[in-house]
Design a protein around this ligand. Structure first.
Ligand code: ZN
Length: 289
């Protein structure tokens, strides 16, 4: 049986990370699964509240479970950025493997209280479920931004990371370490890259002593990714890069076949375009295999 907790033990021991890729349709899911299967590495599929609303909470759970069972493959499902307990409970009941309970917009004490309450409620539904909590600010929206928000003042400190983990009982921590949701246009064009605070990651890891997630990984410098994983990052989220590839592949499929109306003849170009991004990211996260 494939268990996400065991995969995270492996990533912590071996300085690798599990890739987390958001999906909102079957094109993205097929691309993520095909790339992971090709490289034979575990993979985490994510769906935010908006993505879940589009594809269906129980429907995405059934799709991912069917892949895991039919192919005996370590593919897991995460309820990304869940802002209410109601939506978190809905995902837990549907059989998600992990839930990001995101109360990071609240002041620290309230974030602790809400997250602790969520951990207790979710573990009561499924004791094996992994709950991730978030402190610090990493921006919102996995899309293309015109301007970079100033997040430098709200980076996570090792002290608050330790206190947060101990007082909430979360299994996984998402810190703010220079990462940011979405990409700047210059990053999409490959002119600039996100840089990470590697020393801070190492300090947070030794203070918090739980698996760490890097959100907003799209557009990050490759070498910073390697160093961040060596310093203690266990899960890396990639969404915007996939969305860009999805759009380009879809446009390509339509432009190349202007008279085609058969979805399964147009959409494979979108699958291939997304798959290339997932493959290259998974290689990097798993020690350049
Ligand atoms: Zn995120």
């Amino acid at each position: 049986m494939h268990v996400l907790r065991n995969v995270l033990e492996h990533t912590q021991k071996n300085s690798v990370a599990i890739g987390h890729f958001n999906i909102a349709d079957l094109v993205l899911l097929k691309a993520v699964f095909a790339a992971a299967q090709e490289l034979k590495v575990p993979v985490l599929v994510g769906a935010s509240e908006g993505e879940r609303e589009f594809i269906g909470v129980r429907q995405i759970a059934a799709l991912v479970r069917s892949l895991r069972e039919e192919f005996d493959f370590p593919i897991f499902l995460n309820a990304d950025h869940t802002h209410s307990l109601t939506k978190a409970v809905e995902a837990a009941r549907a059989g998600f493997d992990a839930i990001v309970f995101d109360a990071s917009a609240l002041p620290f004490e309230q974030n602790v209280r809400k997250t602790k309450e969520a951990v207790e409620a979710l573990k009561a539904i499924n004791p094996a479920i992994l709950v991730e909590g978030e402190i610090g600010e990493i921006g919102t929206g996995s899309e293309i931004h015109e301007k970079a928000p100033d997040l430098s003042k709200s980076l996570t400190t090792p002290e608050e990371a330790k206190q947060y983990v101990e007082s909430t009982g979360i299994d996984i921590l998402a810190p703010a370490v220079g990462n940011m949701h979405g990409m700047l246009r210059s990053m999409v064009q490959g002119e600039t890259r996100k840089r990470l605070d590697i020393a801070r990651i190492a300090q947070i890891k030794s203070a918090a002593r739980v698996p760490l997630t890097l959100h907003g990984g799209s557009g990050t410098d490759d070498e910073d990714f390697r160093k961040a994983i060596a310093a203690g990052i266990d899960i890396v989220h990639i969404n915007t890069e996939l969305r860009v590839a999805w759009r380009r592949g879809l446009e390509d499929g339509l432009v190349k076949q202007p008279d085609e109306v058969v979805p399964y003849k147009v959409l494979p170009l979108a699958v291939e375009s997304v798959k290339q991004v997932v493959r290259s990211r998974l290689r990097l996260f798993n020690g350049d295999r």
